[in-house]
Ligand binder design. Structure first.
Ligand SMILES: *Cc1c(COP(=O)(O)O)cnc(C)c1O
Length: 407
């Protein structure tokens, strides 16, 4: 008897982005003369940098030459890229990670969604609230979350850790002990980052409770403050409790190129002593045929001296937008968070307005689009996300409009 995977039917609808699209379409129809600006985009807008383009061209030429043609890439990634990652992202920061603990992939979305496969269905997950939706949704598909409760906006078997202004958007240890703990820092959507001392407490907590932290560091390149760790492996003991996921999307603009990686240290074991590294290697070998050579060459170019300078310039470009938005909002009387170690600004809606009411207000009064905080989880209610991924021109125009709305 043909039956679908019923877990999929437990997924909450993609209400957030479809509702935004509908509201924007209706506004444009009613106001054809207005130019709508989006500060809601989660995609980059600047083109790939010269070193990356040069590496892409070079790799394409190699593929067209019978002496240098490449077929299937090694499952875990080419040595040249894994070594560059190991040297630059880990060794240079004093982290003890070897090249064969790095698994190159097509990006952080796949890895953060797939990593749960190597854990038993009985494992309890803990997530921040608000949260990047992939962590919960992929566990729903696996049947790990129980049923969705419409009235609370939560799954019955998921441990939610509210992150609000009251706790500085930093999760507190939950009452129940989770097996898997998802932490994203710098954070999407709140734009805030966890300090080293706090992350060390989480590492200690995970080691004491035999939990695994799945650390999404997709925004690592945006960290500007001292005391904010670039990798969880800067913390003592992280090799026995943490998996780290990284991406080339938000730093080098690879959203359309596709490249990322996941670190699974060999010291990471389950309660019976089974190493997770071998399981993830097996999973890669069975379900993934390697990131393309062309992309991996482009990724390696990001670590060249020119590449590093170009990536710093890209990040600065977006962070100038972040500052523009943050300063303008603060001037206009808003309470704002984030925008210092991440390209996201998380604002408190004025007068306790609901997130969706503020969305309507911004769209109708200023032709501006952002993302309602409540769309990322119940604790996001009363907050609103703006992104710094636009162009300077659009950002400047958006800021002008924000200042014209009276609070
Ligand atoms: C954008 C984003 C990703 C996705 O990265 P890709 O490498 O493009 O798949 C992962 N995690 C978070 C939190 C993100 O915001």
């Amino acid at each position: 008897m043909l039956k679908v995977n019923k877990n999929y039917l437990n997924l909450p609808g993609s209400y957030l982005f479809s509702t935004i699209a509908k509201k924007v379409a209706a506004y444009k129809e009613a106001n054809p003369d207005k130019v709508v600006i989006s500060l809601g985009i989660g995609d980059v807008t600047q083109p790939l940098s010269p070193s990356v383009i040069k590496a892409l061209h070079g790799a394409v030429d190699e593929m067209g030459d019978k002496e240098t043609f490449k077929g299937y890439a090694p499952d875990l990634g080419y040595e040249f890229l894994r070594t560059a990652i190991m040297e630059n992202d880990y060794k240079a920061r004093g982290c003890d990670i070897s090249a064969d603990e790095i698994f190159v992939s097509d990006g952080a979305k796949s890895d953060s969604g797939n990593i749960q496969e190597i854990f038993d269905v009985s494992c309890r997950i803990a997530v921040c609230d608000p949260v990047y939706p992939v962590y919960v949704d992929s566990n729903v598909m696996a049947g790990r979350t129980g049923l969705y409760n419409e009235s609370t906006g939560r799954f019955e078997n998921v441990i939610y850790m509210p992150c609000t202004a009251d706790n500085g958007f930093s999760p507190e240890f939950p009452g129940e002990t989770p097996d898997l703990i998802y932490i994203c820092s710098p954070n999407n959507p709140t734009g805030t980052a966890m300090g080293k001392d706090k992350l060390q407490e989480w590492v200690d907590y995970a080691n004491n409770n035999h939990s695994v932290i799945i650390y999404d560091a997709a925004y690592e390149a945006y960290i500007s403050e001292e005391g904010v760790p670039h990798s969880i492996y800067e913390c003592d003991g992280a090799r026995t409790c943490a998996i780290e996921i990284r991406s080339f999307s938000k730093n080098a603009g690879f959203t359309g190129v596709r490249l990322g990686f996941t670190v699974v240290p060999k010291d990471l074991k389950d309660s019976e002593g089974t190493a997770l590294h071998g399981l993830w290697a097996r999973r890669h070998g069975t379900k993934f045929n390697g990131a393309p050579y062309i992309q991996q060459k482009a990724g390696a170019a990001v670590y060249s001296p020119e590449g590093k300078a170009e990536i710093r310039a890209l990040v600065s470009y977006y962070m100038e937008n972040a500052k523009t938005i943050k300063d303008a909002l603060a001037d206009a009387g808003y309470t704002v968070y984030g925008g210092v170690n991440a390209p996201y600004i998380w604002l408190k809606t004025p007068d306790g307005m609901k997130s969706w009411d503020f969305f309507d207000r911004l769209l109708n009064d200023a032709a501006l689009v952002g993302t309602p905080g409540s769309g990322f989880g119940p604790s996001g209610e009363g907050y609103f996300r703006l992104t710094a991924f636009g162009t300077h021109e659009n950002t400047a125009e958006a800021v002008k409009r924000i200042k014209e709305i009276s609070l």
